[in-house]
Design a protein around this ligand. Structure first.
Ligand code: NCW
Length: 447
């Protein structure tokens, strides 16, 4: 039983779902799209746990019409999705692919036709491979390449789309893609990571400025992955390690956007970024975002580790924490996480408005006839919404909650196994089934 109702969140609170282009669209060779770094990476043996790729995914490219209708059916108002740079500018820069624009016009028109708001993410990790071949995010020229792409998108869609997010989770795509190498493009080491961080942070603000210039009446935001970081013990060393983890997990891209610069006082190894910083850059990192997208899935419990110079920390294994429940991603379920993060983000004076642009969980869903019973997901959502409401009632300006994700989809290096959707996708037949959790939203949000 839930102890709250939709009306407790207030009349203006926005409810929605989120997706990302490469994870759902498929049709990778259609209508002039060029390969992205995720096509290259997923077709490289050993990179995806299951050997799978996004060639077909959910075939959203052909099924968008009916898929978007599920959002309406669940009584939500927001359809958050991303644009694929390699569909729109197959050369990364230069000639525009009209067929790529046409596809997104169809998606936007269908969204509007159903009375939903389109919320568009410009970059959700599918960099054109041609640009990676020129250094990708490690090449400073990418700030100009990205600006060109943002200009094309804002001119094409700015009349219809009034809510924009510049980037999806910069920390995740730089740490996993350019430091650890477990995500595309699979680069490793600080020599890749540090320049990528600085160029991404510049592009984050520059993207905001380009949008503002071309769509002056737009609400402009960007999204951040976040994890509430707790020290495992009361010692100074434990707290120091946790503070360093907090910098990477939560502060690295948020603080420069807010005009606070990089958090190198807490984490001195970030001083190595200075090598890539040119005169005027520190001012250019800031942009006055209308809203901040908070995306969170789990907390981090951290202890001191002498063997990990830089952050000086290591996460405490779940077995040692007595974690009650783990999702299919191996992520611990701990709903208070989202409450603490909302409070933390709201404490920055530059954060005016917060939208939870992603939160959700993967569980081992099974199709039984025409039904998918997913009580764990319903519980997860209810427990997280209770914490969002708690923060809101304490004055946090949180004004929306978007569930990740509309559909089960290609979960990057994990392949198709983790199912995050409110709608089940039977991949062999591409049949869709609204899960019990989707039905729960439908009832919860009904008038
Ligand atoms: S992997 C990840 N995700 C999932 C993905 O499907 C989606 O595209 C992302 O926006 C679900 O939501 C996001 N997030 C990574 C979580 C944090 C990993 C820790 C990295 C430490 C730097």
């Amino acid at each position: 039983m839930t102890t709250f109702s939709k009306s407790d969140f207030g009349p203006g609170f926005l409810w929605g779902v989120a997706t990302a282009a490469y994870q759902i669209e498929g049709a990778v060779n259609e209508d002039g799209r060029s390969p992205s770094i995720w096509d290259t990476f997923s077709h490289t043996p050993g990179k995806i746990k299951t050997g799978e790729n996004g060639d077909v995914a959910c075939d959203f490219y052909h099924r968008y019409h009916d898929d978007i209708a599920f959002i309406r059916e669940m009584n939500m108002q927001v359809h958050r999705f991303s644009l694929a740079w390699p569909r729109i500018l197959p050369g990364g820069t230069g000639p525009v692919n009209q067929k790529g624009l046409d596809f997104y016009h169809r998606v936007i028109d269908r969204t509007l036709e159903l009375g939903l708001q389109p919320w568009v993410t410009l970059y959700h990790w599918d960099l054109p491979q041609v640009l990676e071949d020129r250094g990708g995010w490690t090449n400073r020229d990418i700030v100009g390449w990205f600006s060109e792409y943002v200009e094309v998108c804002s001119k094409a869609f700015g009349d219809k789309v009034k809510h924009w997010m510049v980037l999806n989770e910069p920390t995740v795509f730089t740490v996993l893609g350019y430091l650890q190498g477990t995500h595309a493009p699979g680069r490793k080491g600080f020599g890749n990571f540090l320049p990528a961080v600085h160029h991404v942070a510049l592009a984050q603000a520059e993207g905001g400025r380009v949008l503002r210039a071309h769509v002056p009446d737009a609400q402009i935001g960007t999204t951040f992955s976040a994890s509430y970081v707790q020290p495992a013990g009361p010692t100074w060393l434990s707290r120091m390690a946790a503070a360093n983890y907090d910098v990477i997990a939560n502060r690295l891209f948020l603080e420069p956007a807010l005009g606070l610069g990089y958090p190198w006082k807490t984490t001195p190894f970030l001083l190595a970024l200075q090598r890539y910083i040119r005169p005027g850059d520190m001012e250019r990192l800031a942009f006055d975002f209308d809203f901040i997208g908070l995306q969170t899935y789990f907390r981090q419990l951290v202890r001191f580790d002498l063997l990990n110079p830089g952050t000086w920390g290591r996460e405490v294994p779940h077995a040692e924490r007595g974690s009650k429940e783990l999702t299919e991603m191996g992520w611990e379920v701990w709903p208070e996480n989202i409450y603490h993060l909302l409070k933390k983000f709201a404490a920055y004076s530059g954060v005016k408005r917060i939208i939870v642009t992603e939160n959700g969980a993967a569980f081992p869903d099974k199709l039984e006839g025409e039904q998918v019973h997913d009580p764990q997901r319903i519980q997860f959502i209810q427990d997280h919404l209770a914490q969002v409401l708690r923060a809101k009632q304490e004055g946090v300006p949180v004004e929306g909650y978007f569930y990740w994700s509309l559909l089960d989809n290609f979960e990057w290096a994990e392949g198709y196994r983790p199912r995050f959707g409110l709608v089940y996708v039977d991949y062999p037949t591409q049949k869709r089934v609204l899960k019990d959790s989707g039905k729960w939203f439908r009832e919860f949000l009904a008038n």
